[in-house]
Design a binder for this molecule. Structure first.
Ligand code: ADP
Length: 482
């Protein structure tokens, strides 16, 4: 096992104490680049979760009574500590997740930005007064914290998927329990250690590592938990939605996507290639907003394919800790198998490999950045999210045809298109059935804009002014006899 990194914690945080699992069991965490054991974290289950929920409920009262300005000050201290530990957090993230160090540093800044943003938004949970229909009455609306919150988060953004849930929960006056992904618990624990250092009282942010079914089972079953925010696969999202039905919890779900990326014939092709590189190959294609289907107009198809293939062939693959690396390993063997299956299916049905197409010579979890041409709607990549470094190029002839194809999916998270015609820009932006549309850009995420999907990509929005709404409830006061 490697020597522990700065900020690496091998205990979970429950009610202000760093604890092992009740039965002492642990979970191994591996470096996806080398397969080496990075460390172990507690394998907790339902019993620890029930105790964390009780602790959160105890912590709630004093926290909700604190003025929003004081809560904001604490969050700002946490924000500053996160930024001050950028290098340690980025290295820990690259070690457990695999992304290149430059991307990991970028994620630390992105994650911290949510804390800063919601520290501010927490001070602006304004109420309302309503003109009364009766003379002796005054009608008021308050926005109050919802209660004990829970977050179940994925491995692809080990810090940011946590702060975009935890920061609005805390800022609005709620405690929150986080169950991070099994592959990336160290980033979550490091974040909690910094929150503790910032002076956040016990029980407000708890991090439980361990068995997803047991922890998720208790978080959904327990009536004290009033809100669950989940980012992950649509299959698990559906399950958690069903499990939350008996106790009518408020849910935020940020699920799978199948993002179309459309290049119209009037696009700036170099800009479109640059956007496609960012959207498709960031984090080795492992983001829920990665371009999954690239549609190129038949008049510019060959030129775009040549330019994209050239850019992709220049990507430097390797261990994310090494300088200059642009694509790290995939998270695990199953992720590689999915990319391979999509390529085999497409090639079997007539697609051509322009670049890559196979596992990388580095072995392990490394895969070659790949571009496929002549991809059709009959192929699996048209329907399923690859979640890997595979760019499939579809050909289209008309706006109506490409819009119909782009919308022919049960998903509706991110979409992208490139055009310079202002009329077309409005028509297409309005016709795309997606929660987010990138127009002449491949990069849309930031803390100030509402991130989320429609259709089976989920419920709720994260970031922005909207991102705190899911953590508050509306209370109406009717004052009579005045
Ligand atoms: P991925 O395929 O990207 O790993 P998942 O949806 O499986 O996506 O994982 C996202 C998060 O959901 C992780 O924290 C994982 O541990 C958790 N998870 C997986 N299965 C369950 C479950 N049955 N109940 C609760 N959480 C789960």
């Amino acid at each position: 096992m490697n020597a522990p990194l700065t900020l690496q914690r091998d205990r979970a945080l429950l009610d202000g104490r760093w604890l092992a699992a009740d039965d002492g069991r642990t979970l191994d965490v591996e470096d996806p680049a080398s397969g080496e054991l990075l460390g172990q974290v507690p394998l907790m289950g339902a019993a620890e979760t029930a105790r964390a929920i009780a602790a959160a409920e105890r912590a709630w009262g004093p926290w909700r009574r604190r003025p929003a300005k004081e809560r904001a000050a604490l969050l700002r201290r946490w924000h500053e500590l996160v930024l001050a530990h950028t290098e340690a957090l980025a290295e820990l993230m690259t070690r457990e997740q695999g992304k290149p160090l430059a991307e990991a540093r970028g994620e630390v800044a992105y994650a911290a930005a949510f804390i800063e943003w919601f520290a501010e938004e927490g001070k602006r949970l304004y109420g309302e007064t309503i003109p009364s229909p009766l003379a002796d009455r005054r009608l008021l609306v308050l926005r109050e914290p919802i209660g004990v919150c829970a977050a179940i988060t994925p491995w692809n953004f080990p810090l940011a998927m946590i702060t975009r849930k935890v920061a609005p929960a805390l800022a609005a006056g709620n405690p929150i329990i986080v169950k991070p992904a099994e592959a990336t618990p160290f980033s979550a624990l490091a974040l909690a250690a910094l929150a503790e250092q910032a002076g956040l009282p016990a029980g407000l942010l708890q991090v439980l590592t361990g068995d997803p079914k047991a922890i998720g089972g208790e978080l959904t079953r327990n009536p004290t938990v009033r809100k669950l925010s989940f980012t992950g696969s649509t299959a698990v999202g559906r399950l958690l939605y069903a499990q939350s039905a008996p106790t009518i919890k408020k849910l935020s779900l940020e699920l799978g996507g199948n993002a179309p990326f459309i290049v119209f014939e009037d696009a700036d092709l170099d800009a479109a290639v640059e956007g496609a590189m960012l959207s498709k190959f960031r984090n080795a294609g492992q983001t829920c907003v990665c371009a999954n289907r690239i549609y190129v107009h038949e008049r510019v198809y060959a030129a775009f394919a040549d330019k994209l293939a050239a850019a992709v062939s220049r990507l430097v693959v390797g261990n994310g800790l090494e300088a200059g690396v642009q694509q790290g390993p995939l998270i695990n063997a199953a992720a590689l198998a999915k990319v391979e299956a999509h390529i085999a299916d497409a090639v079997g049905l007539g697609a051509r490999v322009l670049v890559g197409g196979a596992r990388h010579a580095l072995g392990g979890n490394f895969f070659q950045p790949t571009v496929l041409a002549d991809v059709t709607p009959a192929m699996a990549v048209a329907r399923e999210e690859t979640f890997g470094p595979l760019a499939p190029l579809f050909r289209f002839g008309s706006d109506a045809e490409v819009i119909a194809q782009a919308n022919a999916t049960e998903y509706g998270l991110a979409s992208y298109f490139y055009s310079r015609d202002i009329g077309r820009i409005w028509r297409v932006a309005e016709a795309l059935e997606y929660g987010m549309v990138g127009i002449n850009t491949g990069l849309i995420s930031n803390e100030v804009a509402p991130f989320g999907g429609v259709k089976q990509s989920g419920l709720g929005r994260e970031g922005a002014r909207q991102g705190i709404e899911d953590y508050v409830v509306t209370k109406y006061l009717a004052m009579a006899g005045l």
